[in-house]
Design a protein. Structure first.
Length: 158
């Protein structure tokens, strides 16, 4: 809210997640959202209807599907969230709402957003690229919290 309201005095303000680069605003503050991982697509394949995809085979294709495999997974911090230390009714309610909404994860490849299908694996993610010309070697990127990125991953600050 601070970044969306003009003429706000900045004497005592807690900026929350904006401090870590998680800016979700269209203000003229000059701040930009940060935190993404990039990797090249390592494989592209077409699988038939009824094929199980992803970690633990949690997704079954409903039609013939073209899939890209991106070498980004939980080990890198993709799909991870910080757990609450104190469990409250409000927290449990938010988890239940998230379950009902089935939050969709995305991967951007060649500037276009594609749905993640199946469970995110430790080191790979499957993406539905049906109808696209995505090929191995194309650059893929995912939005990620800087707090969740594996410390072994090289950081590049722009």
């Amino acid at each position: 809210a601070l970044l969306n309201v003009e003429d706000v005095c900045l004497d005592t303000v807690r900026i929350g997640s904006a401090f870590t680069g998680r800016v979700i605003t269209k203000s003229k503050s000059g701040l930009h959202r940060l935190g993404s991982l990039e990797a090249e697509v390592v494989d592209v394949k077409t699988v038939p209807k009824g094929y199980f995809v992803g970690y633990n085979a949690t997704y079954q294709t409903k039609r013939e599907t073209k899939i890209a495999i991106v070498p980004i997974g939980h080990y890198d911090g993709f799909g991870l969230t910080k757990e609450k230390e104190i469990i409250t009714f409000r927290y449990v309610l938010s988890i239940f709402k998230s379950f009902l909404k089935k939050k969709q994860m995305y991967v951007k490849i060649n500037g276009r957003m594609y749905h993640v299908i199946g469970g995110i694996g430790l080191s790979h993610t499957a993406v539905d690229i049906t109808g696209s010309d995505v090929k191995p070697g194309d650059l893929a990127s995912v939005d990620i919290s800087p707090l969740m990125v594996n410390p072994r991953i090289e950081r590049i600050y722009k």
